[in-house]
Design a protein around this ligand. Structure first.
Ligand code: ADP
Ligand code: MG
Length: 698
């Protein structure tokens, strides 16, 4: 038996492999590229490519691909084989630096939001040496960014790398002011906790809604759901345990630090959390993890559902984005330190985050907006669509003391003079009790809890990194020109607390009273849907911040808004059409079959026993016939709403119609259908029920 440490990362061209297979010079220049972003010359690239190929071929690989993340939200790859003809009729395996650095997938069908005219359809992919290459199946996968020839980003990785760069640049300015001249880079790290559902393939195959849309569009509540909370952290069933074991093996081979797994709140719902890593690596790994979950599930006769809301009335799935920033020598900048000076620095970074989240609530909301996630946010199971920060009582009291120049009432009374006093030691446990907050400080990191389970984490981290970089830039501009650093620092922290304390909320985020207070008293934003928030991506302040930091160009932002809205509209439209189809082809005929059998039964009984009333049959036929009428009307209305979409002038108008007419009609149609499901005999109903599906894995 081999142990995990024997095969961990065995499919990754990681530091160990590089060191073993590259000459000292080549290794040193590649490391400089990876660690400091230094440009790579073609000689080095050729040597790296050769070593990479030899390593991959020795592991059975025959192909290579530039692996990238287009705006569809999933990953893309086009495989080329290593083979190259030799004069004697045989083949040799070849791969050079040029092929490693740059690729040209014929990727004209990926969404570009108008950034790439079809006559120059080819975008190009460029190697991201900061994320290790790996082997999947028989293919060497090279993580890359994807751009148009005009230089516009057509993917999620490019702006993510740019946002990391901006954050590093601005954070270093602050560190220099605090006398740190050692740090070369500041990096943001993320540990994304991934939720998912597991059901059997047998159930999945019988549900057109799951197959076409990833979620159920019909389905009455089962007699037993999550009421008893008996699934959360409960014993893992053998079928699930076997899946998890296999999944861990596959992830470990790819160097993905899968760490904890447990059952979640809903039946059939589970969670997998990796150990955190640099944001772009964490993003690549999360994409890979989602892909591998589905592959491993298939091997076990299961299907892994990553949709945010596969079942109505049952908790949906999200992703917790644990985020922190640290120097390249490992100092976590969100960790309260031991000396007064470290404390002041910590408070400044903390304030930068508070200011960022308040100033760019809209961008954070936008970064998690999809048709699927709209079903979760604000539905009493996930954080509300209103963004706020949880700091915990202790830290809150410290900020209050600074703001009001009053003594901090911790263990002992003390004045909070920055740079002079040591912060009290927080009990880390007390900072992580509030699970209802969308953005919680958990001791040395923030946990952004609004992401949907299928979201790429790139989007949230692009906005988070950028918004914090912007706060730091403003701080650095002021502090670099201050006459007296400590006074300026103190005043700035005080001002941030005063100006932005409205975003801090330590209470219950699921409470309706909070939404009222947040929106009416505090003036916080509450964008309930994708259609509500997405147009604000182009608000002047947002464009200004993102372009001036070099994260996006204005054209890129416009294209992204359009693509996200198109995606929203298309997703809902597919759902609406699936519903209409399921009603006409399956639900209505099933009810008709059942009622006609019931009527026949009543008719023949009455013939035999004229005195009988046949209440069961006649009442049921009546109820179901009324429901069928209602189903027919509602289906007609939904069809009309879909048809009216063609009158929309542009994508914004279309998304508003989707929000205001199509989605409400879908909800209305579902009601009589679910009621009919409850009244129809099981043998007649054309789909497995929620009970069947949710308890399908043994
Ligand atoms: P829980 O949220 O269940 O209490 P933890 O707080 O231990 O669990 O960690 C949750 C996730 O946060 C894990 O993926 C972990 O690796 C990650 N994490 C821990 N520390 C940091 C950090 N400094 N920066 C980013 N992520 C972190
Ligand atoms: Mg957590």
């Amino acid at each position: 038996m081999s142990t995990v440490s024997d095969y961990f990362g065995s499919q990754v061209f990681d530091d160990r492999v590089m060191r073993a297979n590259l000459s000292a010079d080549v290794y040193a220049s590649l490391r400089k590229t990876i660690d400091e972003g230094k440009e790579l010359d073609i000689g080095v690239a050729n040597a790296v490519a050769e070593a990479m190929k030899n390593w991959a071929v020795s592991k059975g690989a025959t192909h290579f691909t530039h692996w990238f993340q287009p705006l569809t939200g999933i990953t893309a790859e086009k495989h080329d084989s290593f083979i190259s003809p030799a004069p004697d009729g045989s083949v040799i395996m070849e791969f050079n630096g040029k092929e490693l650095i740059k690729g040209e997938p014929d990727a004209s069908s990926f969404p570009s939001g108008g950034l790439r005219a079809t006559f120059e359809a080819r975008g190009y992919t460029a190697w991201d040496p900061t994320s290790y290459a790996f082997i999947k199946g028989k293919t060497l996968c090279i993580p890359t960014a994807f751009c148009s020839y005009g230089g516009h980003a057509l993917d999620k990785k490019t702006p993510l790398l740019r946002s990391m760069e901006a954050l590093s640049r601005e954070a270093l300015r602050i560190l220099r002011l605090f006398g740190n001249d050692k740090a070369k880079r500041v990096v943001s790290s993320v540990g994304p906790e991934q939720e998912y559902f597991l059901i059997t393939k047998e159930m999945y195959d019988q549900r057109p809604d799951l197959r076409f849309t990833g979620r159920t569009l019909f389905g009455a509540k089962p007699p037993k759901g999550q009421e008893l909370d008996d699934h959360y952290f409960g014993v893992i069933k053998p079928g699930v345990a076997a899946f998890m074991e296999d999944l861990n093996d596959e992830l470990w081979k790819l160097g993905i630090l899968a760490k904890t797994e447990h059952n979640e709140v809903a039946p059939a719902q589970h969670e997998l959390a990796p150990i955190y890593s640099t944001t772009n690596v964490a993003t690549d790994h999360n994409q890979l993890m989602m892909e591998i979950m589905q592959k491993v599930a298939a091997k076990h006769g299961l299907v892994c559902l990553l949709h945010e809301k596969p079942f109505a009335g049952v908790n949906g799935s999200g992703k917790h984005n644990n985020w922190s920033i640290a120097t390249d020598n490992g100092q976590n900048l969100l960790s309260p330190g031991d000396t007064p000076y470290e404390n002041a620095q910590f408070l400044l970074f903390l304030c930068a985050v508070i200011k960022a989240v308040d100033d760019y609530q809209d961008l954070l909301r936008i970064s998690v907006a999809t048709a699927g996630n709209d079903h979760r946010l604000g539905a009493n199971e996930a954080p509300p669509a209103v963004i706020s920060i949880f700091l915990g009582d202790e830290l809150n009291a410290v900020l209050h003391a600074i703001e009001t120049d009053t003594p901090y009432n911790g263990t002992e009374k003390m004045q909070m003079r920055l740079g002079a006093d040591v912060l009290p030691k927080f009990n880390r446990d007390t900072t992580d009790r509030n699970r209802t907050s969308p953005f919680a400080f958990t001791g040395n990191k923030f946990e952004f809890r609004m992401l949907g389970s299928s979201n790429s984490i790139a989007c949230a981290n692009i906005m988070l990194n950028s918004a914090v970089a912007e706060s730091l830039r403003i701080y650095a501009d002021r502090l670099e020109n201050a006459d007296d650093f400590e006074t300026a620092l103190h005043e700035m922290i005080k001002k941030t607390i005063k100006d932005h304390k409205r975003i801090i909320f330590n209470g219950n985020g699921y409470d309706d009273a909070w939404i009222k207070e947040a929106t009416e008293k505090r003036g916080l934003l509450n964008y309930r849907t994708t259609a509500d928030c997405m147009p604000h991506l182009l608000d002047e302040k947002n464009v200004k911040m993102l372009t001036s930091l070099g994260v996006f160009t204005e054209d890129e932002l416009k294209s992204r808004r359009d693509i996200m809205l198109e995606n929203y509209c298309k997703t809902v439209l597919i759902e609406a059409n699936t519903m209409i189809n399921m009603v006409h082809k399956r639900i209505a005929p099933a009810i008709t079959r059942f009622t006609s059998d019931l009527s026949e039964e009543a008719y023949s009984k009455k013939k035999m026993f004229p005195e009988l009333e046949c209440c069961y049959e006649t009442e049921l036929v009546k109820k179901l016939s009324e429901l069928t009428d209602s189903i027919t009307h509602k289906t007609d209305e939904l069809e009309k709403a879909v048809c009216d979409l063609k009158d929309a002038g542009d994508i914004i108008e279309e998304s508003e119609l989707i929000r205001d007419t199509v989605l409400p009609k879908m909800s209305e149609l579902r009601i009589p259908c679910d009621r009919a499901e409850l009244l129809t005999a099981k043998s007649y109903w054309p789909f497995p029920t929620y009970g069947d599906i949710l308890f399908s894995v043994k």
